[in-house]
Design a binder for this molecule. Structure first.
Ligand SMILES: [Zn+2]
Length: 468
């Protein structure tokens, strides 16, 4: 049996995965900056790392999974000012939208989901250590900067040279206060009308990079197993996290994993695409399980070019798999039991080779459909069990209660079915078949459906189960 190997951005190679503590895995994933509604580019990261988490759990590890919420940031403050909304109300609104999108796509809730603004005290600790060691300084504008030239190493993740970098452009106004243009802000001084918190170096608010280092230390300690995020976070965000945490004397992450983007017309998804790629918009066209299947279908390190046609084709393909599993369930009298074939285990252990898994599902579907034609129950069962096992790890198991239809989804169907029954009752009455008409009424009544005849026609209502 193979063992897990993961690609590490730090070395640009796959290595056998060895956790710090036997049997346990600690993961930190940079979560959303909650300044807008989630689009599929945002959600892909959470979804890719959810597949990793499910596979580690299935492999027997106890996984601690931390995904943060950045709820204070320049963009949040700017947008809140434009909309005339308190910044915290804006952040909370979009945080809820992200939570809903993750849930709709069956992305498991993190073990803990810390918000940046709830961890200011924890951010002061690494700042104090960096100041003590002479690696950070408080500038005359009240900002606190990390002095990157004082670090033993910098840019080890992105493999860049400091002299090749453009100077940081996070805030042009602050450039003249830095000792070196490559220094970055740990802490931003309080500005008129902006929220601020007190520190020994003056009031202000945290820089983005410091938030993650502090929350990682709070929940996962000085050293942890896997740090994840989107490719675009490698520089400057993750380099600066490393600089702060190493500077503070913490070993930090062992393995760095980065997911690629969803692109549209070859570009990283951006606001210019409007609302068309929002999770909420796409969920009006396809079911959550279908959107997840589509977004999870590429290898996490491969770019994914979005197109409506590709999404439609992917949904059609998924429905074929699903209908095979439902047929198999009818024939075998119970849902398939998830099983994990050796070739599936090998594929997942090879840096989560999802495209290979999809090929295995397609092959099992082909064999399963032949078995259906041949009434070969044994072969139906083997194929269905293996498909369900793979779907479970991909988070696309149609039997997962997470995807159960809600009452709201069922309402139009229920309305139609009851209308059909009432039509039959009226037809029975018209032909004076009162036995049939009474049987339909009694049958509906037994199901808790009561009918009221009104001048506008019959109306129905349902008595809740516990009140019957
Ligand atoms: Zn981060």
């Amino acid at each position: 049996m193979s063992s897990l190997a993961l690609y590490n951005t730090l070395t640009r190679q796959s290595h056998p995965f060895v956790p710090i503590k036997s049997g346990e895995v600690s993961i930190y994933l940079c979560g959303a900056t909650v300044q807008g509604s989630p689009h599929i580019g945002h959600i892909r990261s959470g979804l890719n790392f959810d597949i990793l988490r499910r596979w580690l759990t299935k492999s027997g590890y106890t996984v601690t999974f931390i995904r943060n919420v950045t709820d204070i940031d320049d963009k949040i403050l700017q947008k809140a000012a434009i909309e005339g909304t308190p910044w915290w109300a804006l952040a909370a609104k979009y945080e809820r939208e992200f939570s809903q999108a993750y849930a709709a796509l069956n992305v498991l809730a993190p073990t803990y989901e810390p918000r940046a603004t709830g961890h200011i005290t924890q951010m002061i600790e690494p700042m104090a250590r960096l100041m003590e060691k002479g690696l950070a300084y408080s500038a005359s504008n009240g900002d606190v900067y990390l002095e990157v030239s004082k670090l033993d190493s910098y840019l080890t993740l992105s493999h860049q040279k400091v002299e090749d970098l453009q100077s940081s452009t996070e805030d042009v106004r602050s450039e003249s206060y830095k000792r070196d243009p490559h220094d970055f802000a740990l802490w931003k001084s309080a500005k008129e009308g902006e929220p601020s918190w007190p520190t020994p170096w003056g009031s202000g608010r945290p820089g983005w990079h410091l938030e993650c280092s502090a929350m990682i230390y709070a929940y996962l300690g000085e050293a942890f197993d896997i740090h994840g995020g989107g490719l675009d976070l490698i520089f400057p965000h993750h380099e600066n996290e490393i600089a702060q945490s190493h500077g503070a004397g913490w070993p930090f992450a062992n393995v760095w994993m980065h997911n690629a983007w969803v692109t549209a017309s070859g570009e990283k998804m951006s606001k210019s695409l409007g609302n068309s790629l929002l999770v909420s918009t796409l969920l009006k066209k396809v079911r959550g399980i279908e959107l997840r299947w589509y977004l999870g279908s590429a290898h996490y390190r491969s770019m994914m070019e979005f197109s409506q046609e590709a999404l439609d084709d992917s949904s059609t393909a998924f429905r074929r798999i699903e209908s095979f599993l439902f047929r198999a369930t009818e024939i075998l009298g119970k849902p398939p039991t998830p099983t994990f074939a050796p070739q599936f285990v090998d594929a997942m252990n090879d840096d989560l080779a999802v495209p290979l898994v999809l090929a295995q599902i397609a092959e099992n579907l082909r064999i399963g459909n032949i078995a259906l034609t041949n009434n070969d129950d044994k072969a139906i069962s083997v194929a269905a069990n293996e498909i369900r096992g793979a779907l479970e790890i991909l988070g696309c198991d149609p039997f997962d209660p997470a995807f159960a239809s809600s009452a709201a989804d069922l309402a139009p169907t229920l309305d139609g079915v009851i209308a059909l029954a009432l039509e039959q009752r009226n037809a029975a009455r018209a032909r004076k078949d009162f036995a049939a008409s009474d049987a339909i009424r009694d049958g509906l009544s037994d199901l808790g459906v009561s009918i009221e005849d009104t001048p506008q026609g019959p109306r129905w209502s349902i008595t809740p189960m516990e009140k019957r």
